[in-house]
Write a protein that binds this ligand. Structure first.
Ligand code: 0X9
Ligand code: ZN
Ligand code: ZN
Length: 420
């Protein structure tokens, strides 16, 4: 049976081709707006419709204190470059040909070994069968449950990881794959579960840890979007729900939570990358996660949500500039966590409240979880800082996951020492 499963997995892998050529000769530019005129330009019609914002995800979120990464369609590059020069808006070219970068990522996918390969990105089929297998192979430590279905009817799984002591234990909730194109995120959730399972049996410290708490891990929330990013458009972000009366598809799940929903830093335009949806929790994927957390809020002591890219560790609030009641404690904890992370490969993270560290954006899961009463609520933005962006090469999966583990373990130990 096992052999059969693995073989099927293999067949599925080799039949996966790179998505259609949407991005031939498109460039990714990093802009450095320095004044109001620059911001005006970026928010303005002088940008072609098809330009998309990588970081931040939308023109409305651009500020003067940061940089902006945008994708520019091939036939617009020359025109845009001359306009940028006219107003002296400085930029650098991050990517010369986006399609080549995308195709390289598909071509260079490492070959599977007989065991599961944690240093490769995996399709949803592979991840789904992995969730079944890891639970099957570790019946004492991992159980899989379905917490809901996606818009297109697929299962959203949660892995309940922890030694069954019989007693009710505090838990840390972690989700990955809210945004479809951030592939390193599901890869981290898989790495995390693997690491925990392996070290449970070999490292006494970890054994003790798992007698005291559980991890609740959702490897991919936005399954429909994730599949779409594998098959149709590598840079898809949102869900795949249809918007009545609009040709544009999808809602940004991280603008759809009940946290000052659809106010600042989100859009009511279904065509926007940061569309908040028709109402709070309109997305089945968001309901699934929010319902699960509400139903287990007495045991969930920390909420971690994994995104990419930018190398940030964010705590509330993002919905406005106010600071959470526990901001001093969260700030210290974040500082220590990024120090641990940096100790391995010297990867530098910035940390702080979302609004002042990245941008104001309402309707996010971290703010919602915090306001529900989960004190330790963090958003991770994993590697890199823009060289590859969402197209982080597979060769960076291992170091990224290893260093991130240190931060997550640090938070875990802290939470255990500060139960509330
Ligand atoms: O904008 C987001 O949703 C996150 N960045 S990403 O590039 N991965 O899309 C940041 C989320 C920070 N938290 C909130 N805005 N609540
Ligand atoms: Zn609805
Ligand atoms: Zn994201």
């Amino acid at each position: 049976m096992m052999e059969g499963l693995l073989f099927l997995g293999f067949v599925a892998v080799i039949s996966e081709a790179a998505p259609v050529e949407l991005y031939s000769r498109d460039k990714v530019l990093r802009l450095k707006p320095e004044n109001e005129q620059h911001l005006q330009f970026l928010r303005n019609v002088s940008l072609p419709e098809q330009v998309d914002f990588w970081k931040p995800a939308c023109a409305e979120l651009v500020t003067t204190n940061g940089t902006v990464d945008i994708r520019v369609p091939a036939d617009w590059v020359a025109k845009l470059q001359s306009e940028l020069e006219k107003i002296a808006l400085k930029y650098e070219v991050l990517t010369e040909d986006l399609q080549i970068l995308i195709e390289n990522q598909f071509d260079q996918r490492s070959t599977r070994d007989i065991h599961y390969n944690y240093e490769a990105y995996h399709s949803w089929n592979e991840i789904e069968s992995w969730t079944a297998r890891i639970a099957e192979e570790n019946p004492d430590l991992v159980s899989r449950m379905e917490i809901g279905k996606t818009y297109e009817g697929r299962s959203i799984y949660l892995l309940w990881v922890g030694n069954r002591t019989g007693a009710e234990k505090p838990a840390i909730f972690m989700d990955c794959g809210i945004h479809a194109r951030e592939w390193i995120s599901p890869a981290f959730c898989q790495w995390f579960v693997k690491e925990v399972v392996e070290s449970y049996n070999s490292i006494p410290l970890i054994t003790t840890l798992f007698n005291q708490l559980d991890f609740l891990v959702v490897p991919v929330i936005n399954v429909d979007g994730y599949i779409y990013s594998w098959t149709k458009n590598r840079l898809w972000r949102k869900t795949r729900s249809k918007n009545p009366g609009s040709g544009c598809v999808g809602t940004d799940p991280n603008r759809n939570f009940d946290a000052k929903w659809c106010t600042l830093g989100s859009s009511s335009d279904p065509c926007s990358e940061i569309y908040c949806g028709p109402h709070v929790e309109s997305e089945k994927e968001v309901i699934a996660v929010a319902d699960f957390i509400r139903n287990h809020s007495s045991i969930i002591k920390a909420y971690l949500t994994i995104h990419s890219y930018s190398q940030l560790l964010l705590y509330p609030y993002s919905y406005d500039n106010s600071l959470p009641f526990h901001h001093k404690e969260l700030d210290d904890l974040a500082w220590n966590a990024v120090e641990k992370l940096r100790s391995l490969y010297d990867t530098k993270y910035t940390y702080g409240p979302g609004a002042s560290t990245i941008y104001i954006a309402s309707g996010g899961s971290d703010d919602w979880a915090y306001d529900l009463g989960i004190k330790y609520s963090f958003t991770f933005e994993l590697r890199d800082t823009g060289q590859y962006g969402f197209l982080l090469p597979e060769s960076q999966i291992k170091p990224t996951c290893e260093e991130t583990m240190l931060a997550v373990y640090h938070i875990t130990h802290y939470v255990l020492d500060h139960l509330y």
